[in-house]
Design a protein around this ligand. Sequence first.
Ligand code: GUN
Ligand code: ZN
Length: 431
Amino acid sequence: MSRIAHRGRFAHMLGDPTGTGAEHAIADFADGGLLVQNGKIIACDHWQNLNPDPDTWQIIHHENALILPGFVDTHIHYPQTDIIGGFGENLLDWLDVYAFPVEQKIGADAQYAKETAKFFVDECLRNGTTSALVFGTVHKHSVTALFEAALARNMRLIAGKVLMDRNAPENLCETLDEARADTLELIDTWQGKARLGYAITPRFAPTSTVEQLQDAGRMLREHPQVLLHTHLSENLDEIALVLKLFPDCKDYLQVYEQAELLTNRSVFAHGVHLSPSERERLANAGASIAFCPTSNLFLGSGLFDLRACRAAGVNVGLGTDIGAGTRFSMLATQAEAYKIGQLKQAVLHPFEALYLATLGGAKALHIDGFVGNFAPGKEADFVVLDLAATPLLARRLREVSSICDLLFALSILGDDRTTKETWVAGVRAFV
Ligand code: GUN
Ligand code: ZN
């Protein structure tokens, strides 16, 4: 039996701060403790309330640190790790110039896929990200490589092979039968294995025929445990293309609705240019949006309206969208989300930013029963942030004591250097 009592400063979200009011939604223990038994959380509280017996508990004291639940990245492409920072293009050209070629390389070289997958999961852990919803490529071996790497680190990770059958290079397109056979085999092998899950992953409307989208809807209905993961309304040229390709649809979301892909298990990346009607339909379905600020700024896609989405009742999580996104760090991603809020005269409160990066993201991925905060019974995924990670951070934090100011300064100045340790299901996975 493994019993570890972690001592230090802890903060985690108890619920959605927009519902309950920010102050009630956070729990903050300046001298706190997290009791972890066999990888599961027994309690998170003030240290004096826990007072574990050192004869039966291994005690680890994390000094000058803030311990948060592991971050949940709700949208990321592992094959695009090596193309971050591709110069000079907007979405549709960026796909042709940068994304498709690297995905072809993953397809042609299984060894490269394996090596990229290992680097990718380690880079997630180095940034304190313990769960993610991940795009592979169309190739089955790309997803196998990722699941194997995540399994070796016991991460709670959800991924899927991309579905494309048009408007992409020929060797990235498949027939319906090939796509279905590979998808079903991957679901069969990986869904529910250890902490892994599967997401049916049509890339986006322009690269699938109606028939392929409908088949994705069929597979989703046949497998009620899996998620649906795709892109929606990221870029104005993309939206114009969708309306040209699907002339019967009044808007982008209707393309997915017609294929029965709009469900409470659906996660749509971006949603930058949604109409009020689309937001309402997303909310009614219980679907989620992955807000990817570094990507939206990098590709010049636009400024996501977080307020409008949340006010309409849409679930929202944060995503990095590597490789159009520019940072693996969910702290840096929170900072860019804040700046977009500033430009939209809608300030993102640090507690809401933490919610989006942890519990809100976990809800979007339907893994909030397992992770997302330090509720008893959940799996002990957490990140230990070093409050003296850089000389500047140490200096900036000298006068900071409130959890609000601390979280905010960490998001603005923090990055991978801020991660001291990452723990996965009670085990130290990065140090
Ligand atoms: N839309 C369709 N494919 C992609 C992709 O790979 N990255 C981004 N950012 N948007 C997409
Ligand atoms: Zn994406």
